[in-house]
Design a protein around this ligand. Structure first.
Ligand code: NAG
Ligand code: NAG
Ligand code: NAG
Ligand code: NAG
Length: 274
């Protein structure tokens, strides 16, 4: 029992916290008023009943905000009610970025954006142009050119920066020219500005569970890795990409907990065991 617990704790402390964009907080989960007000573009605070409720999709005016409520809204030159990918209204710009309409409908398959479950696996892609940077469920694909394993899951930044391809995808990796040219995984400390820091680090995958959290340490003016247990009432929700919240209505009580039920139970068990 003890060793299982030790392993569980080590995993908790050593690995980075990865945000799961499938499990964005509902407005009703933001019981701490400050969190609800931080989510003011998508939620409203009811001052009479002290609770947070959904702003109607039609009152959400920014694409980035609309995309933060993928369970109920989608973007198409305005924010609309979403129930399924088939509802997405066709516009001429449709072809380029299906995930710019709703995270759950990321791939374009003429004439529609299709739901995540229909995405291809890397190994089933035979065309190099489709393969490179294809967002499969398991992660980003890369064309290796090696016979028998043409299109595979990308594993490292160095893989993109080899003799064949000298590319360093800035979204996932950090290019440095210090002594040697290198392409290495991005770290929170690579971000020098608060706004970039809040975005976290996009990793290769899996799809929608691929953001390592970062937060801005305003005392030292540096960007650091997000550790839920170290977050306070003020930085828990705003730096979580909408996936963690403060668990109490009182800032002096409570913890920074994930909005998804499953992780919540694990963290409660860990808290009890500690
Ligand atoms: C959040 O809202 C969605 C859509 O209404 C619902 O399916 C889901 O169960 C809610 N999640 C929680 C944790 O309340
Ligand atoms: C959108 O959904 C909300 C909440 O379910 C509902 O009240 C509203 O009437 C819907 N709007 C449209 C245009 O269907
Ligand atoms: C893709 O891979 C996953 C796990 O490797 C597997 O469960 C799934 O069935 C595969 N899907 C397709 C379309 O091949
Ligand atoms: C890159 O090219 C150099 C020289 O041509 C070769 O020695 C090296 O093995 C190559 N590395 C890879 C990873 O292919």
């Amino acid at each position: 029992m003890m060793s299982i617990l030790t392993i569980a704790l080590c995993i908790t402390f050593i690995t980075s916290t990865t945000f799961n964009l499938y499990q964005i907080c509902n407005c009703s989960q933001l019981i701490f008023q400050y969190d609800c007000l931080s989510a003011g573009l998508v939620c409203n605070w009811d001052y009479d009943n002290n609770e947070c409720y959904d702003k109607p999709c039609s009152d959400i005016y920014y694409q980035t905000a609309c995309l933060q409520q993928p369970q109920r809204c989608y973007w198409s030159r305005g924010c609309y009610n979403f129930t399924q990918c088939g509802d997405l209204v066709y516009t001429s710009s449709f072809y380029s970025e299906c995930h710019g309409y709703n995270y759950y409908c990321p791939e374009f398959q003429p004439p529609d954006c299709i739901r995540v479950y229909s995405i291809q696996n890397c190994s089933s892609i035979t065309n190099p142009n489709t393969c490179n940077y294809y967002q499969s469920m398991e992660g980003i694909c890369i064309w290796t050119g090696i016979i028998g394993q043409g299109c595979t899951l990308a594993q490292s930044c160095a893989q993109f920066f080899n003799n064949g391809t000298r590319s360093c995808p800035q979204k996932y990796c950090y290019y440095s020219q210090d002594k040697f040219e290198t392409c290495a995984p991005k770290q929170c400390s690579n971000y020098l500005e608060e706004i970039q820091c809040a975005q976290g680090i996009q990793t290769f995958g899996p799809y929608l569970k691929n953001i390592v959290g970062c937060y801005w340490n305003s005392e030292q003016n540096v960007c650091q890795e997000y550790a839920p247990s170290q977050m306070n009432h003020a930085n828990c929700y705003p730096y979580s990409r909408g996936t963690y919240h403060w668990s109490n209505t009182d800032e002096k009580k409570g913890n920074c907990v994930p909005c998804s039920q499953q992780l919540l139970i694990i963290s409660i068990i860990l808290t009890i065991l500690i």
